[in-house]
Design a protein around this ligand. Sequence first.
Ligand SMILES: C[S@@+](CC[C@H](N)C(=O)[O-])C[C@H]1O[C@@H](n2cnc3c(N)ncnc32)[C@H](O)[C@@H]1O
Length: 243
Amino acid sequence: MKEQSDKQPSGRVKHPRTVKSYVLRSGRMTFGQEKAFTDLWSVYGIEGGLKGDGTILDFEQLFARQAPVILEVGFGMGDSLIEIASSHPENNYIGIEVHRPGVGRLLGNIGERALTNLRVMQFDAVEVLKTQIPDNSLSAVYLFFPDPWHKRRHHKRRIVQHDFIQLLRKKLLPHGQFHMATDWQHYAQQMLKTMIAAPGFTNCAAEGEYMPRPDYRPVTKFERRGERLGHGVWDILFEKKAD
Ligand SMILES: C[S@@+](CC[C@H](N)C(=O)[O-])C[C@H]1O[C@@H](n2cnc3c(N)ncnc32)[C@H](O)[C@@H]1O
């Protein structure tokens, strides 16, 4: 039998292309977002990527205190995260987003409110989770309105997949929560189905059910508009089982 090889005819080793859950948009930065970047990145920003010994984040050092750490994946313009972090000074928050204007906007808002419990990363959240977040360290992960990738051929780009969930499981503390919300029914169904099948999690709602929106998740402008148009929103909340 012929042995399988990763080598191409050229002799070069073929690296599998990883499917990304985002496309980098070339959105223009406003003057305020640029200024926030220049002035505030050094205060509230965390560098993403591999950086030798300093790669794994030390939360206690980062926030100069010990408190539950909650991470939001893909915060967009940061409107939910800024409200949540302002209303919950008892927790520490890390927001991760690849879209630079959103990062600039959130930095500006943190500066305006002088929050000390919120830090920002501009990087692929999947890579950050794999390389920079300690195991068993997060109290919760939020994933609000992730890109729905509605065409069937793009479903593989949806971030809620078996591997991503198992990565989160590794990073969450026992009883740590994974909270998703979406206004795309097909994606909501997939999220729920995938979470029910995922080992190591239990549904915080009744078995097989969605969760009513928890009070801490603010209703965004975009969501209010959807509500007026009669669109639904589904919250899905699961907890990591203690081993
Ligand atoms: C549809 S938007 C929703 C933004 C925000 N959560 C909200 O509720 O308005 C999804 C966001 O996730 C970001 N995103 C997708 N995959 C990501 C990843 N792997 N790492 C960081 N950000 C990501 C995208 O850049 C985009 O801004």
